[in-house]
Design a binder for this molecule. Sequence first.
Ligand SMILES: [Zn+2]
Length: 389
Amino acid sequence: MPATPGRALRPTTKVMPGQARVYNRSLVLQSLYSDGPQSRADLARVTSLTPVTIGALVSELITEGLAVELGTRAGTARVGKPATLVGFEPAAAHIVSLDLSPDVFFRGAVLDLAGNILVTRQVPREGRTGEAAATAVTELARELTELAERPVLGIGVGSPGVVDHHGTVVSAPNLGWAGMPLAEVLSKALERPVHVANDANAAALAEHSFGASETEAATGTNENNRASGVLVLTVGMGVGAGILLDGALVRGDRFAAGEIGHLIVEEPGLPCACGRSGCLERLLSVTHLRERLAGLPDPEQQEVLAQAGTSLGIALAPVISTLDLGEVVLTGPPDLLGGALLDAARTAIRRRVLPVVGQALEIRLSTLHENSILLGSAVLVLSGELGVS
Ligand SMILES: [Zn+2]
């Protein structure tokens, strides 16, 4: 798929003096990555770095293959030697990314650095949990690493459950993981840098870097007036949300920000795998929705979908209002999430939030479709290894 690199993630840590070079380098790379080819003078202007620093950093990036000289800009009529353009080289390396969120298989891909998916592979889950699931994931990552035709910059993984900043899956009941050190397991086995995040957080990163509304997608225009507060809801085997505020992912005190799947929205409600009943996930997960739709005539299906959308809207409205979000994006099967469900969620949210919040709020389906978590896992690697997103 053609992916357009978009907005940069806001750095969330302070730059220490010793890190200045790394920071400056990522400023240059980010500018080339999101704004396209530029001259060294352009780069100096947009980054506020000196021409000498830019010269040295660009030489370093060219030597590493991450940047290339692209000749001179057509139509420039300046006095003196025309400036040589420098561009980001998306084929410099490949990224292996994995999406562990579907219930019946694990899916993975090899991508270039611009987020273009080059190869995909999937393995059936066959109900595997615990160590067996980790082994299947490792083997899928190994197969993809071997399929990559360029050096592999890193491996990114979007996993269900709560994931800490070391890439340990603290808790993912559906996979039988509690304290599974997934990043460590994969980096030992494959000797590559590994970045693991919660699947909904990965989807939020994908929307941030590669997402576009339907209008933008149709017209080829992009961002600039995009919302800075975005909630991306993923609906798959489970239900979760990733939240970006001012370009930074909200992680929470226990790395569980956005874990809204087990909010109780119905009392009395249907029994849930977590031991309680009436959870949002019990109404909205793909498995449960499909179960409830099976065999129903169309009007009743529409009713079930609308009820699920209303419950979703009731759960999301306080979050949207509290954070004054500008955009809500639903990721999951469009046949379930579009139509009646989306309409009912919109109505329920707009009825509950202040008009000033509701009127400007965009509530839409993701245009990244089933690739959302794969793309977001690639953003983890781009951001973690190169400082670009
Ligand atoms: Zn529950």
